[in-house]
Design a protein around this ligand. Structure first.
Ligand SMILES: NC(=O)c1ccc[n+]([C@@H]2O[C@H](COP(=O)([O-])OP(=O)(O)OC[C@H]3O[C@@H](n4cnc5c(N)ncnc54)[C@H](O)[C@@H]3O)[C@@H](O)[C@H]2O)c1
Length: 441
């Protein structure tokens, strides 16, 4: 007998009565806030992660993810509402399983779905009839149906849409965003069947204000890729505008801010040293990869990617220009990179363009240090880098490059005390007075 409307009612009922259990697989930037939110509304939440230290720290009530404080986490752990595990046998107890593992790019910049595949291999032996399995990790349109459903069916011996529900629901978390979190960011869900759609709606509407059901997992997958492609392409556009303004000897930021006074038909995006994070630089390439297999070239995505990945080299060229202005060479210059997080006020440095800037500066023979109060240490390409402890020796650097506009930075003091500044974010825009030594993108 297939899962009927009465099963959907029972599932919703268990969620509403808070008797349902939720397993969250992958307790990182996406999974931990989700697990915390599920537990906070009283759903017994079973987190699973392959990193033992992460699991141990969560079970000790300690969060390493900026969007979840230890003060939020600890009472849920102490009450037994949230627990973390390194083994997958707890999947058996769960009514819903939500997968939030990484989806990076391979060395050849193609989708790397190996984390999802490994997670599915570990989940399926513990699956049982009546469960809902949701994928939140970003992937290409068709993955949930073509790969995940097949693996779930083969591994469990059960039938999707008949014995268990399947859905895709893209994560929209914006680390460091104080206004929008899990609860008030509308959620998109796409079920394999209408009943799968009902089940996934029942789950998320318990703890998220607005849940929109779309017609299929493929549509939900594409929604996420549209959102992130929109950002990548618009940032690519303004980065190219910055390159053009540089040639025209115009201040890009002044141009954009003036254009943004138009109350309709314009949305400001700002240029910078390049894209970073686990989403915007990566996700659009999942879409272009999929389209290549359909013999279609996703031209906007590829052009934006080429422009955005070229920005660190432009930054290094600006460093060379700035030093040249003072009859100095980049080779042998002492350069301080300010900020390695990929955006302001967070500790995440994955894909951060600042790391490429550091690498390129070093290749040109500069003596490079970095300072980032949010990121004291960095592991990049097999090397460990340790940031300097404070800005006490700022006057000793030939050049300071602002790559992240963290709010803790005192930009007036930084500009005043530095010999030369390349400000890739226009972070020091409010600093007045002597700015002859400040170079923009
Ligand atoms: N970080 C963001 O801002 C963001 C925003 C929206 C969507 N996403 C998407 O969400 C997904 C997860 O991203 P993230 O930033 O949370 O990654 P993350 O690296 O912060 O966390 C992933 C976690 O999964 C664990 N993990 C890896 N393989 C596992 C396995 N087989 N079983 C169990 N756990 C496993 C890792 O140890 C890690 O703790 C990605 O697809 C990403 O594209 C991320």
């Amino acid at each position: 007998m297939s899962l009927t409307a009465s099963h959907a009612t029972t599932f919703r009922d268990r969620i509403e009565k808070r008797t349902a259990k939720v397993a969250v697989v992958g307790l990182g930037y996406v999974g931990l806030p989700l697990a915390q939110r599920c537990a906070a509304i009283g759903l017994r939440t079973l987190g699973i992660d392959v990193q033992k230290t992460r699991v141990d720290r969560i079970n000790a009530g300690i969060s390493d993810i900026g969007d979840v404080t230890s003060a939020d986490l600890a009472p849920l752990v102490a009450a037994g509402t949230l627990s973390a595990h390194t083994t997958f046998d707890v999947i058996q107890q769960a009514d819903a399983i939500v997968i939030c593992v990484p989806t990076p790019l391979s060395k050849s910049r193609d989708p790397d779905n190996s984390y999802i595949v490994k997670a599915l291999d570990a989940i399926t032996p513990h699956m049982r009839r009546g469960q809902l399995c949701v994928l939140e990790s970003t992937t290409y349109p068709g993955f949930t149906r073509e790969v995940m459903v097949v693996m779930l069916e083969q591994g469990s011996g059960l039938r999707a849409g008949v014995d268990f529900h399947v859905a895709f629901s893209p994560e929209r978390i914006d680390p460091g965003n104080a206004k929008y979190g899990v609860r008030n960011t509308p959620k998109i869900v796409g079920g394999l069947t209408p009943a799968c759609g009902e089940a996934v709606h029942a789950l998320y509407s318990a703890f998220i204000d607005t849940v929109r059901v779309v017609s299929s997992p493929d549509t939900a997958e594409m929604v996420k890729l549209l959102e992130n492609t929109f950002r990548a392409v618009n940032i690519g556009l303004v980065n190219e505008v910055a390159l053009m303004c540089h040639k025209l000897e115009l201040n890009t930021f002044e141009v954009i801010d003036a254009a943004a006074t138009k109350p309709f038909g314009f949305m400001p995006f700002y240029p910078g040293p390049g894209l970073g994070g686990h989403c915007i630089p990566i996700d659009p390439l999942y879409l272009s990869w999929k389209l290549r297999s359909l013999n279609y070239q996703a031209r906007f995505i590829e052009l934006a990617d080429a422009i955005n990945t070229g920005m660190p080299a432009h930054v290094v060229q600006r460093c060379q220009d700035a030093l040249n202005d003072q009859s100095r060479a980049l080779k042998g210059a002492k350069v301080l990179v300010l900020g390695v997080a990929y955006k302001k006020d967070i500790e995440d440095y994955r894909e951060s363009p600042a790391l490429t800037v550091i690498e390129l500066l070093q290749r040109k023979g500069a003596d490079v240090a970095y300072f980032d109060p949010h990121v004291p240490r960095v592991r990049h390409d097999g090397h460990d880098l340790t940031g300097i402890a404070n800005l006490d020796g700022l006057e000793g650097y030939d050049l300071v490059v602002i790559t992240t506009d963290h709010r803790v930075f005192d930009f007036p003091a930084i500009v005043r005390r530095s010999r030369l500044v390349v400000d890739t974010r226009n972070a020091a825009k409010h600093v007045t007075g002597d700015r002859a030594h400040v170079f923009l993108l």
